[in-house]
Design a protein around this ligand. Structure first.
Ligand SMILES: [Zn+2]
Length: 135
């Protein structure tokens, strides 16, 4: 598993990050290549953020090319982030879609996706809807 560090040494406005290792996941077998999860100190009890970053670790472990696809494909980046934000929606148990506003805003502003807010709203609505019927 990735090393988890609680630190404020993160870009402004970022609550957590996953930094993949430089090595392919197969080297995990030898104890290297695990990557690092950084979480802002004030979120030390926030399981949602932790699960978001663990989801990125899982994506990385499923396919090493994840790093490149994530960097170069906006479409792929969106799918990865939706999967990760779903973990937060699940954890926070949002009953109203209104609560997801900050996620739409983050997707619109922080990931260089070049996608309309309307489209992002629809995509977040899809995952919120799926989670909200489970309860
Ligand atoms: Zn993310």
């Amino acid at each position: 598993m990735a090393k988890i560090i609680y630190t404020d040494n993160l870009k402004e406005g970022i609550g957590g990050s996953f930094t993949p290792p430089l090595f392919p996941p197969v080297l995990n077998l030898f104890g290297i290549g695990n990557g690092t999860i950084k979480i802002r100190k004030k979120y030390i009890k926030d399981k949602g953020i932790l699960n978001h970053e663990l989801c990125h670790e899982k994506q990385f472990k499923q396919n090493w090319f994840h790093i490149f696809r994530y960097r170069f494909s906006k479409k792929y980046r969106l799918e990865c982030e939706l999967e990760a934000y779903k973990e937060q929606i699940k954890e926070y148990k949002y009953k109203k879609f209104d609560k997801c506003k900050w996620i739409i805003k983050a997707l619109h502003e922080k990931y260089n996706l070049d996608m309309s807010k309307e489209y992002l709203k629809d995509r977040v609505y899809e995952i919120w809807k799926k989670e909200s019927v489970k309860k």
